[in-house]
Design a protein around this ligand. Structure first.
Ligand code: NAI
Length: 275
């Protein structure tokens, strides 16, 4: 059911790679809620072709942009405002990539050039997006910027390796830029900390299936799906959340606040304790 929450709003949605992508679901919901927007992804992701299908479905134009390149991002904002007929009201940053995770490097054996790439792609790109928009004054007053993150920024998940650091930086950027953009144009900036989700980026993490199940069995509501995440992101783009900014918002079925669940208790073998 649609509520017209984004009626008349314009936006930019990054990171839709295929049907599983969180950004893909956000795009479909944003369309349903009445928004017009452009889609963007790294030029290399374009070659896979799936995004064209989404663009047709949403009546959206695709603007290739490497989120680490400020030149590409300038083009992204300039072209988007031109195509959409004005400044944008919302921006989704749904971008993450770690060469160390891709190549299975342990946290104690990281390649530092790849580490820099992880941080550049997954975190600094969030700052670059906002700094570019800020300088071009490309976001309307009371606009909303959302980035996607994971709880490894607060608690250790050994297999998440250098992405934990990237996410910690991403969340910090949301707070810092949230201050400046709030003062400048009342633009709000938040990160959504999502449950493990079966996507290309998610499934690339070592032991993903097991940690997906663990989270699902821990959270009283179970894991939040990509579609649930999209619904939440839409509320953050809407006027119903105008005063929410600089927050890291957990969208995880209660996982982050649960110590242990009965299901997990049952899975742990009882030990004989000596008196
Ligand atoms: P995905 O693999 O569908 O999306 C990641 C996107 O990043 C892809 O579209 C990819 O092309 C894009 N990307 C990579 N390098 C880029 C660059 N240089 N410039 C522009 N775009 C680039 O996976 P998913 O899961 O939808 O990821 C979206 C966001 O959600 C990421 O930030 C991820 O860390 C975050 N997240 C994912 C979770 C999961 O379990 N899947 C859990 C919590 C957060």
């Amino acid at each position: 059911m649609a509520y017209g929450l984004l009626q008349g709003k314009r936006g930019i949605i990054s990171g839709a790679l295929d049907e599983k992508s969180i950004a893909w679901k956000v795009a479909l919901k944003a369309k349903e809620e009445g928004a017009t927007f452009t889609l963007t992804n790294a030029p290399i992701a374009m070659r896979m072709g799936a995004i064209k299908q989404l663009a047709e479905q949403c009546g959206a134009e695709i603007i290739p942009a490497d989120a680490t390149s400020t030149e590409d991002l300038e083009k992204l904002f300039n072209q988007s405002t031109e195509i959409l007929g004005g400044k944008v009201d919302f921006v989704l940053h749904s971008i993450g990539m770690s060469p160390n995770i891709r190549k299975g490097r342990a946290y104690t054996d990281l390649n530092y050039d790849w580490f820099k790439q992880s941080v550049d792609v997954s975190a600094l790109s969030f700052h670059k997006m906002m700094q570019t928009a800020y300088k071009l004054d490309a976001i309307n007053e009371w606009g909303s910027v959302v980035g996607l993150t994971y709880m490894a920024a607060q608690r250790t998940f050994p297999f998440y390796t250098d992405m934990a650091e990237a996410k910690a930086i991403l969340e910090s950027i949301a707070r810092s830029f949230g201050y400046h953009y709030g003062k400048f144009r009342k633009v709000r900036v938040n990160t959504v900390s999502q449950s493990p989700t079966v996507t290309t980026a998610g499934s690339g993490i070592g032991g993903f299936d097991r940690f997906y199940d663990f989270a699902d069995k821990t959270a009283p509501l179970g894991n939040a799906s990509a579609e649930d995440c999209a619904n939440y992101v839409i509320t953050l783009f809407s006027d119903l959340t105008r005063m929410v900014t600089m927050q890291n918002l957990f969208h995880d079925g209660g996982f982050s606040m649960t110590g242990i669940s009965e299901e997990i208790m049952q899975m742990v073998q009882p030990q004989q304790h000596q008196q």
